[in-house]
Design a protein around this ligand. Structure first.
Ligand SMILES: Cc1cc2nc3c(=O)[nH]c(=O)nc-3n(C[C@H](O)[C@H](O)[C@H](O)COP(=O)(O)O)c2cc1C
Length: 386
């Protein structure tokens, strides 16, 4: 499939995968592993694909090459879902060279037992590769989200190859009814979110380029309205809330904490607030993480459990911390029968995070909800809606 003059798509779709990177549920729409070919007087193949699809990818490549032979394999990122075909490619095209960063070659040694010492071109920030009619310039993108990552920019077609940046869950042969942002956001905060500072650094470099299209390693090629995508990445990577709204995440055993969380959600909606609710034991936690970052306010509601908090709430808070959750307002709901301490425990964990304001006002459920709890919920809804 031609992307633009001299650039073709040779990637694959995966509908067999259940958990991407071992934890992100993609059973509904699958996943794409993108690979591209830049056909100048010389030919560069941009990345490979997941190990289950190397034969299919080589077939796609054959068709795009139309009898020609590639000169280079450009490796922007060494994660196995993009690098699994390197050895097969090098065997099939013995005159080709690999172009990658120095740390990427160390990883090749670790994965394939060779760093292709006699067939390698080491690229770094500013390195140029002239393909004749197409010219690649490499952009350092270390820790977006692995240390060896490079982006590259093809100046003739104004194409940015952005590795996992601007990636999205979902195969390319199914229409995503939610559009780009929803699954791109879940992908970003799950996989790249911890590395906001590095994303900011590469966005600053990208701002100096005249970009007509972005070719990521997952999800669709972006070639319309690029400001929209770049603005979202700027918002996400600077940890600014994208929208005003409240994410309510609860952990409940017998349903009373759940009832309090739902009553609060309803009260917030009645006050005109946008609300999204998650049962942390049952719903996709990556979606809860996504919405916690998307909105400016968060409610955590947990049972007291052996003097602490319920395990899935502990996992959720730890995941937020690992992803550098910051710059938000959080309110707490707790329940407990003899000594409710969940709010205290959650507060201590949240106070470790940067610029997270935890409201003093707490809802405490002792057993079942009563008049006092209903009043606390209404008061907290008022406070959160100010
Ligand atoms: C295994 C277990 C441990 C608990 N530990 C505590 C505790 O340390 N302190 C407390 O006050 N309540 C404790 N509880 C009681 C719950 O916090 C209480 O039943 C709560 O109201 C449950 O809310 P839910 O209806 O949302 O599940 C515990 C309950 C269970 C099942």
């Amino acid at each position: 499939m031609q992307i633009t003059e001299g650039i073709s798509y040779v990637g694959v779709n995966d509908h067999n995968i259940d958990l991407f990177e071992g934890q992100y549920d993609v059973r509904q729409n699958g996943m794409s592993y993108n690979s591209y070919v830049v056909l100048g007087q010389k030919i560069a193949v941009m990345d490979t694909v997941d190990g289950h699809f190397v034969e299919e990818w080589l077939g796609n490549l054959d068709a795009a090459l139309a009898g020609r032979t590639p000169d280079y394999l450009v490796v922007h990122h060494m994660e196995p879902d993009h690098s699994a075909g390197i050895a097969a490619f090098m065997e099939r095209y013995p005159a080709a060279q690999v172009v990658a960063s120095a740390p990427a070659f160390k990883m090749m040694k670790a994965y394939f037992g060779t760093d292709f010492a006699d067939r390698r071109v080491i690229a770094k920030e500013g390195f140029e590769l002239d393909l004749g009619g197409h010219e690649l310039t490499f952009v350092g993108a270390a820790n977006v989200h692995w240390p060896e990552v490079l982006f590259s920019y093809e100046s003739t077609t104004k194409t940015l190859f952005s590795a996992d940046g601007f990636g999205k869950f979902g195969a390319l042969d199914v229409e995503d009814p939610e559009g780009w942002a929803c699954e791109a956001r879940r992908y970003y905060f799950g996989i790249v979110g911890k590395f906001g500072r590095n994303v900011q650094a590469v966005l600053k470099k990208a701002a100096g380029l005249d970009i007509a299209r972005i070719c990521p390693l997952h999800g669709p090629v972006l070639d319309q309205n690029l400001g929209y995508y770049l603005d979202l990445y700027n918002t996400w990577s600077s940890y600014e809330p994208e929208d005003k709204g409240v994410t309510v995440a609860y952990a409940s055993v017998y349903g009373n904490t759940r009832q309090a969380a739902l009553e609060l959600a309803g009260a917030l909606e009645a006050r005109g607030q946008k609300v999204s609710v998650f049962d942390l034991a049952r719903d996709d936690m990556a979606e809860a993480v996504e919405d916690a970052f998307r909105y400016d306010r968060l409610v955590l509601a947990s049972v007291t459990y052996n003097g602490g908090i319920f395990p899935c709430m502990g996992t959720f808070i730890r995941t937020l911390a690992e992803h550098a959750y910051q710059n938000r307002t959080v309110a707490l709901v707790e329940s407990g029968t003899w000594a409710p301490t969940a709010a205290k425990v959650m507060r201590a964990q949240l106070e470790e995070m940067k610029d997270v304001a935890v409201l003093e006002q707490v809802v405490t459920v002792r057993g079942a909800l009563d008049d006092a709890t209903h009043a606390q919920i209404a008061a907290l809804a008022d406070e959160l809606s100010k």
